[in-house]
Design a protein around this ligand. Structure first.
Ligand code: CA
Length: 223
């Protein structure tokens, strides 16, 4: 899951970024409205966390522009004070949720998870392919009812694949969604991770779910 964080207060953006990276989201930063619009249009993000008070274009204007340009990425707004007006304007401009600063990180992360869930599945928090199951609430995976022990990175990778079942996934797509902008998309790093995952998911099962497409990428499918 790749998140764009738009916040101009360095200290706060550093703390938020760290808290998101700790639970293994890939995070890119923008510190003003114009940069946010540019970056949001150039990468496919899974969530945008948008502060209202920004230099240049404010968060409300950025949000309106994104929606006008048919960008439907979920947006979580950060409002500075408990200002009813700000919240209403924020939601009216197309934001999906808001949280008032200062906020507690457990609540913040819960809202982030809720928005990402809404995006990826519509309703359910469980993803399923054949006898492979992923619980997005507990971040656990099961094959044939048995829990698979995954590292946070492997979980993120599997979650991304399960959100795109039957589609060809290139290494670039994986590097954009599972890693963040700091990551150099060395394909061998991704190969190594996919191979770890393959071993854990498919080893000892007659039906293989993760398939490599030579020179192209990967596909998760039931056949
Ligand atoms: Ca700000």
């Amino acid at each position: 899951m790749r998140i764009l964080l738009v916040e101009d207060e360095r200290k706060l953006s550093g703390i938020i970024k760290r808290s998101l990276k700790e639970v293994n989201y890939a995070v890119d930063l923008a510190d003003n409205g114009d940069e946010a619009l540019f970056i949001a249009e150039s990468h496919p993000y899974d969530l945008i966390i948008l502060d209202i008070m920004l230099p240049g274009k404010d968060g409300i204007t950025v949000c309106r522009n994104l929606r006008k340009n048919k960008n439907d990425t979920p947006i979580l707004m950060l409002t500075a004070r408990d200002d009813e007006e700000d919240k209403i304007t924020g939601l009216d401009s197309g934001a999906d949720d808001y949280i008032t600063k200062p906020f507690s990180y457990p609540e913040f992360l819960a809202r982030v998870r809720a928005l990402l869930r809404r995006k990826s599945t519509g309703k359910s928090s469980r993803l399923k392919l054949a006898d492979l199951e992923l619980d997005q609430l507990t971040r656990k995976a099961y094959r044939a009812g048995k829990e698979i022990d995954l590292t946070p990175k492997e979980y993120s990778l599997l979650e991304y694949l399960m959100n795109n079942v039957g589609e060809v996934i290139t290494r670039t797509m994986i590097s954009e969604h599972v890693w963040d902008g700091d990551f150099e998309a060395f394909s061998n790093v991704i190969n190594v991770y996919v191979n770890y995952l393959k071993k854990k998911i498919d080893h000892g099962h007659t039906k293989q779910l993760i398939h490599s497409l030579r020179g192209v990428g990967y596909i998760l499918k039931d056949e």
